[in-house]
Ligand binder design. Structure first.
Ligand code: ADP
Ligand code: MG
Length: 301
């Protein structure tokens, strides 16, 4: 097959691994920088232009769109979809996953367990908002933060009030969330491909830190997940409409709680801690599922 990888940097671990797996499995592969794509969106025949040439027709596209370029990146992916190219994850599903508020609303609508979470705009209601999610300590998150940046633990009600008011003063959109203390600075990353959890790792925050992100110095280890955690991860990916997802789960006293669903999960941590060939599994998923003009949403919704 002819496969495009939408990625800004071909030297990233995940991109490299995907390129290699495509080659190993006998496919043609090309890395396409989404920011260098341009297109005539009114043309009757959708096509993508790139540095003066028209990109060839691909059979499948693997989107690896960074959080900082979600807007343009998903527009480019939508163009691929309109050309009938099979996307590993659809543009609509990626946009959903990138918006924490929207994802939480979708997950809760379908009964996926989550920490108590609130959202408000009016600073006058901050005290009630804090009460609503069970009081301090609590976690405050910027809606479009990533890699742990923009996630704050407020240990007291007073600290929570001032941080929330400060963010609101800056017109930043935030979520206020119950702090799951019993998780002990750890979370479980479940890697979902299709309707299987193919790998799972536990990430542990370093001493004195509650955020387990590997970018914040967390360490990763192989973990065995429970049937309830497996079922939760699969349901979360399904609700978001993602074929490939990294579902982050907190182990709480009341069972698995989904914190976040990532649409471009990094491969390095999970491949190294589980010794599994996730890149090959993604390419194999494409081989089994890629059909032209199969995007369910056609960019809508
Ligand atoms: P990001 O998108 O920046 O990774 P997350 O929501 O995943 O934001 O939060 C970053 C980390 O902070 C998580 O991996 C987890 O270790 C910790 N964390 C987030 N929310 C909570 C919570 N409600 N209770 C306990 N720990 C949390
Ligand atoms: Mg996270």
């Amino acid at each position: 097959m002819n496969i495009a990888i939408l990625s800004r940097n071909r030297n990233l671990y995940s991109t490299q691994r995907l390129i290699q797996s495509c080659i190993d499995r006998g496919h043609e592969v090309r890395v396409v920088d989404p920011l260098r794509c341009y297109m005539n969106i009114t043309s009757e025949k959708p096509e993508l232009h790139y540095g003066g040439e028209i990109l060839p027709q691909f059979d499948a596209v693997i989107p690896r769109i960074g959080a900082s370029i979600t807007f343009y990146g998903t527009a480019v992916l939508r163009q691929f979809e309109m050309m009938g190219v099979f996307p590993v994850n659809e543009s609509v599903a990626i946009s959903r996953a990138r918006d924490k508020l929207r994802s939480h609303q979708l997950l809760s609508r379908d009964g996926v367990g989550m920490p108590q979470t609130g959202f408000a705009n009016y600073p006058g209601d901050v005290q009630d908002l804090i009460k609503m999610v069970g009081g301090a300590p609590l976690v405050i998150k910027l809606l479009e933060g990533t890699q742990g940046i923009g996630v704050v633990l407020a240990e007291t009600r007073k600290a929570a009030e001032s941080v929330i008011e400060a963010f609101m003063g800056l017109k930043a959109n935030i979520l206020v969330q119950e702090f799951i203390k019993e998780a002990g600075g750890a979370d479980i990353r479940c890697l979902v491909i299709g309707n299987r959890v193919v790998a799972a790792m536990q990430r542990q925050a370093p001493e004195g830190e509650f955020r387990s992100n590997l970018h914040r110095g967390g360490s990763a280890n192989l973990v065995k997940i429970t049937p309830a955690e497996r079922a939760t991860a699969l349901k979360a990916a399904k609700v978001m409409g993602l074929n490939v997802a990294g579902v982050d789960i907190l182990r709480s006293g009341r069972g698995p709680l989904v914190m976040e669903v990532n649409s471009s999960p990094g491969l390095e941590g999970i491949e190294k801690s589980t010794e599994k060939d996730i890149a090959a599994m993604i390419v194999s998923f494409i081989e089994k599922n890629a059909k032209p003009h199969s995007t369910r949403t056609k960019g809508r919704g």
